[in-house]
Design a protein around this ligand. Structure first.
Ligand code: NI
Length: 384
């Protein structure tokens, strides 16, 4: 990696970009200013931006020919009102980079700068993905739809982690994040007077029974050795105290680690909704929407990332598997990859209004990502 003077210069530029991004959070598919700022920074460094049909987000490249390695950052913020005391707080009311995607963008930009410095010696090409709308989720699909990733041998992603201090990286092989599905259920019955339930069919009772029965899927149908969770997050019905409503609506999410558990839970959820409705004299309509699948770290790339982390002077920790979701999984459906958790200081969790990613972790993250790309090309790691 480059000499000290250049490293210091990059360190400063990454930090400045990070502060700016943090002050200017933009929600999924609205990342226009963010995209312009990143384009400016890349263009100033003479890094080529690919001409792709993307409204927000971008893909840049360093090096040429084949093979091709991709580094991915997401760039969107959340509808959360910031509650930190930072000097570079959000300037957009009700919006915040509470998941650290500002950190990801700045770190991958830093990696682009570091790789540019080494461009002549790169034995192939590195694509730098600045992806919109991870939180939507599904921005990854927009990038994939451009076809720009055809022929990519391996892809690396990163995420801020408040579980680890600066200087540490959390790595694991296998399912690091869960498959994320969403469901909506509407129970229909016959509305009635609260004093005469026998003349209707009670949708509140259907909904309540459904919520309770749903929890038997994970405890009774999924193997006790497997991780899965079903959570109901919305329950709407009724508008006054003495009327049994004719319908109730529920919404929630299912998180799984294997395709088998994913299919099983979807099926059982349907059966329970229909069964509960029928047993109370009503009907149920279920909408089940599949989101990103499991974020599955490739075993070879995991071993390679461990070596690279050591070479970059990072302390390796075992990353805990999570039933959180990540649309990086869409890339992994097509390309082997590895998702690393970068220690950004122990503190409030991602999506919390007090979440902070320590800028001290920026340069180490940029250096690590650049090394992953460069060493993957040099060692042709996907061929092992
Ligand atoms: Ni995130």
């Amino acid at each position: 990696m480059p000499e000290d003077g250049y490293r210091d210069e990059i360190k400063q530029k990454i930090t400045e970009t990070f502060y700016w991004l943090h002050q200017h959070p933009e929600l999924s598919y609205e990342e226009y200013e963010t995209t312009s700022r990143l384009k400016e920074a890349l263009t100033a460094a003479k890094i080529k931006i690919l001409d792709l049909p993307l409204a927000t987000g971008l893909v840049a490249e360093v090096g040429q020919g084949e093979p091709v390695i991709a580094l991915r950052a997401d760039i969107d913020a959340l509808p959360i009102a910031e509650q930190t005391e930072l000097s570079y707080q959000s300037q957009q009311e009700g919006k915040m980079h509470a998941c650290g995607h500002d950190f990801h963008a700045a770190a991958v930009l830093g990696a682009a700068w570091l790789l540019k410095k080494q461009e002549a010696e790169l034995p192939g090409k590195v694509l730098l993905i600045f992806q919109p709308a991870e939180e939507a989720p599904g921005g990854a699909k927009k990038i994939l739809a451009t076809g720009v990733l055809a022929g990519v041998q391996a892809i690396f992603g990163l995420h801020t982690s408040p579980l680890f201090p600066v200087g540490e990286v959390g790595l694991m092989t296998g399912p690091v994040m869960a498959a994320v599905d969403q469901f909506n259920v509407e129970f229909q019955g016959r509305g009635a007077h609260a004093a005469h339930p026998e003349r209707g069919s009670d949708t509140i009772l259907m909904g309540a029974t459904f919520v309770t029965s749903l929890q038997s899927i994970v405890s009774r149908n999924v193997s006790p050795l497997e991780a899965a969770v079903v959570t109901v997050t919305q329950f709407h019905g009724g508008n006054t105290w003495n009327v049994i409503p004719g319908k109730v609506q529920l919404e929630g999410t299912v998180r799984t680690q294997t395709p088998e558990a994913r299919a099983l839970i979807q099926q059982r959820l349907q059966e329970i909704a229909q069964g509960v409705a029928a047993s109370f004299g009503g009907t149920a309509e279920v909408q089940y929407t599949a989101g990103p699948s499991v974020t599955y770290n490739d075993a070879q790339l995991y071993e390679f990332a461990r070596q690279t982390a050591r070479a970059a002077g990072l302390i390796e920790r075992q990353a805990p598997a999570s039933l959180g979701g990540e649309d990086f999984a869409y890339y992994l459906e097509k390309i082997p990859g590895m998702f690393s958790l970068i220690g950004t200081g122990v503190g409030p969790v991602n999506h919390n209004p007090k979440f902070i990613a320590d800028p001290q972790a920026l340069f180490p993250a940029a250096d690590y990502m650049a090394r992953l790309a460069q060493d993957a090309l040099r060692q042709q790691v996907w061929r092992r």
